[in-house]
Design a protein around this ligand. Sequence first.
Ligand SMILES: Nc1nc2c(ncn2[C@@H]2O[C@H](COP(=O)(O)O[C@H]3[C@@H](O)[C@H](n4cnc5c(=O)[nH]c(N)nc54)O[C@@H]3COP(=O)(O)O)[C@@H](O)[C@H]2O)c(=O)[nH]1
Length: 958
Amino acid sequence: MSLNINPQNLPRYQTWGMVGVVLLILVTIFGFLISRQYFDQSKVADLHEEVLSTQKRRLKTELASVLDYIRFMSQQAESVLAEDAKSHVNQAHSVATSLYTSLKDKFPDAEIQGIIRESLREVRFFNGRGYLFIDDMQGQCILLPTAPQLEGTSLWDNQDDTGHFIMRGLVDAVKNPERAGISRYRWYPPDDNKVMKSKLAYVRYFEPFDWVIGTGDYLYQTENDLKQEALKRISSLRFGRNGYVSVLDRDGYVLFSPNTQERQLPKHVSLLRSEQERKVVQQILDVAKQGGGFTEYEWLFPDGSGHSSKKLSLVEVVPYWNWILVAGVYPEEIDQIFRRQVQEEQKDLTEDLWFLLLVLSAIGLVMLLISWAYGQWLRRLFLDYQADIKAQKYQIDEDARELQIASRVFETAREGIMVTDPENRIVAVNRSFTEITGYTSDEVKGVNPKILSSGRHSPDFYRRMWTSLMETDQWAGEIWNTTKGGQTFPEHLSLSAFRDEQGEVVNYVATFSDVTEQKLAEEQLRYMAEYDDLTGMPNRRLLMDRVNQTIARAKRQQLRCFTLMFIDLDRFKNINDSLGHSAGDQVLQEVAQRLQGAVREIDTVSRIGGDEFVVLISGKGDDAIASAANLSRRLLRMVSEPIVEQGVELIVTPSIGIASYPADGEDFETLLRNADAALYHAKSLGRNNFQFYSAEMNEKASSRLIMENALRQALEKKAFELYYQPQYDMQTRRLSGCEALIRWCHEGELIAPDQFIPLAEETGLILSIGEWVLREGCRQGAEWLSQGYDVPSVAVNVSAVQFRYEFYSTVKEVLKETGFPAERLVLEVTESTLMKDAVRARQLLMKLKLLGVQIALDDFGTGYSSLAYLKKFSLDKLKIDRAFIDGLPNDKDDKAIVGSILDVARHLGLETIAEGVETAEQAEFLTMYRCEQAQGFLFSKAIPAKDFTDLIKKNYAS
Ligand SMILES: Nc1nc2c(ncn2[C@@H]2O[C@H](COP(=O)(O)O[C@H]3[C@@H](O)[C@H](n4cnc5c(=O)[nH]c(N)nc54)O[C@@H]3COP(=O)(O)O)[C@@H](O)[C@H]2O)c(=O)[nH]1
């Protein structure tokens, strides 16, 4: 069976596995315990036997200790007797001594002796058997309480049944340094005068009367005492539940047995009342005769029930005391104990089993919980692991893909790629390598890249290249190499060293591209960046470079002075406007050539924009000024030579501004700015002349700057105001509209537009100003309409700059915003505005016309205005310039011009309006020549909106 491993199954398998293991452990433990229980039962019998033998061992041990005790007691008889005798003798000696001491000076010795003798006569001990005797050292008996008749007689020759002289033995016993000692002898016991028995006496010498005081006893008597004491001790002895030791003597007397029907002991076996007991005692005596051992018999069970039970007894013989010791156990009792013990053990075992079951169940549960938690953890781990594997797999796939891509990139790369080994032998090249160098892969494999060397670079170059590569693992730069065909070419080469983990170079990879074209393009770009496209002359940038170089040279004292000549063609715009841009370009090229032809080779002629040329004249010393003046004159003359263009002979005059280094500036910008100021001055002096820069010019320039800033602020501060000049219908003499004309309230003065509009146009501020004028004019027009005043049109002047930038959307937005009707708005544009980019202007006018606004051509007649152009533009109105109105009605030319303008306009269906009408004659003429409208001081100057409102009101009133 194959397992399906997934994050869900894994913890499940694991949990079931753990459950299985736990159950197996539980079953095994239970099996073991239960089998152990059965095994224990089978061992009960063995155990019973073992207990029995243990009991037997115990009986042996118990009897052995009793035997040890008896043996000890028996060995103690003589010493006990000696010690006791000694104690009594010492006491008697003390008594005798104290009596003697107290009486010796009062009574004669014989009397003291009698007092001592009598005071000791009645002294008894040893259970009444013991007494004190006194003999003198010559063997005469002084005191003998048991035979007073012998007192005063000599017992010196008295012998025992072994021939031992008893008295002499007693006297000899004190002949030692302690003057005391023991003497042994035999004598008849009190109850038997036939057989002597061993006796022991302790004697002590009593010096005052040369006596021997002593006492003694039969050893058997002491032994009997000890036996009684031992019997007493044995009778109190118990072991186990009912264990005791019975004592018999070998003559058949039962000396001690606590569990018998007999009330009085000792009793001879034959006198026992119970036959059973007699039988048993006889059985014990028989066993004792055979040296002792275990024996079984029925005996009274000591539980008070009176029933007999089997008893196992050990019989031991005590030979030196003629005793028989019996100690036994009841097997029934053992069985009872054993059964109880087995039951208790079984009960304990059952309880243990339940407890174990509980504990194991709890452990099992805990293990299951742990297993579950572990499973969950494992699952998460597995998920992480799986995610990791996925990520790794993804990474491997990615790597493989990247490798594939890398291999494709390698093969298809536009750059040539060359891989070399650490010894710099080529190991691989790509297709582009072959395409660029001409060498195939087979031709270069194993070869040093040196074969590509062009020989153009010095060994030092290659040394630096390798140093950089080894130090930084990178090198990039341009290098010249040679193709297989021997052609040298520039390439951009990037070298990289790839190292292994030990830092050893594994490969060098060179990537290169043929930069021949790029270099050409760069060259071209550089040319474009530095040279004027039209004339091929250095442009402003290159001029600046050269000026800076010249300044550097001048600073190095090689050149003290040089000049910059700023040349601008007078009214060049007119050529463009009238003859078109290509004609203008031709004129510029011709002028450029003439300028170039007029200067030395070391001088630089540059075109910095439009019709502006700058000439850098290098010179030495003060004559630089003079030569600049001479050159300027020459240039004025040469440039002013007629130029034939499109069959027309054009005369273009230049204006020249000159600035000298270092007097007029020490850097390019200053010099150029000051040359420009000088040029401006030349222009203001009527053009076609040259001017050297002076400080005043600078002042003028700065005042322009000040004005520019003031204009900017005026916009922010809303310092502009619109004045309105009324326009009238020449037939009805009624108000036909108005022209909005801007005024600037600057520092309390009202400044006319002539003084700031040109600057606003130059600086681009006209865009914001013009938009404001358009918005304000429309707003005011809408206000008048909303007030019920029918102002047929509001004309607004539009500068050429405005015309170029987003003008259409501005107009549309303003109309929408102010709600002023488009058809009432007249936009006044000049001819030059239209001619600057006629195509664009035409499109824009068409769009504006679609909005509904009217277009008026302002200052008509002042430019090269060809009437032919008028048709091309969507115009509504021609505004005849004041210059032609001035001479009316007397000046023939003016009359002719105005007449023809009015004619043409009529043919083209254009409205006409004359501006600058100051006299009634002029008005009359215009009316006669059917000019439709007019404006001028004759009617009104431009007036503030409020005054214009009053004027409308008056107009309505009339
Ligand atoms: N781009 C913008 N140009 C504007 C704006 N407002 C004015 N201008 C142009 O500034 C020039 C001077 O304008 P202004 O000083 O306002 O002079 C105008 C009239 O006051 C003046 N005029 C009118 N009638 C007579 C007259 O009988 N005699 C006389 N000597 N001058 C008179 O003519 C100027 C209006 O000319 P035009 O615009 O050509 O109709 C001027 O070129 C304005 O165009 C502006 O908001 N934007």
